[in-house]
Design a protein around this ligand. Structure first.
Ligand SMILES: [Zn+2]
Length: 57
């Protein structure tokens, strides 16, 4: 049952599952938080890097 690259890292551990809110496969089981939208935080995760320029004075 060994095909392709057999030992390209230990990928057996499931760290992220599918987030029920954003639908991305980014819900961290140990952190209990979605790395994409920030679930279960009430607000969606704010992306400060979008407005990292001088848009906001
Ligand atoms: Zn999410």
């Amino acid at each position: 049952m060994v095909k392709g690259t057999p030992s390209l890292g230990k990928r057996n551990k499931v760290v992220h599952i599918r987030c029920r809110r954003c639908g991305h496969h980014s819900y961290h089981l140990r952190k209990r938080r979605c790395s994409y939208c920030g679930y279960p935080d009430p607000r969606w995760r704010r992306y400060n890097w979008i407005k990292s320029k001088k848009l906001l004075h």
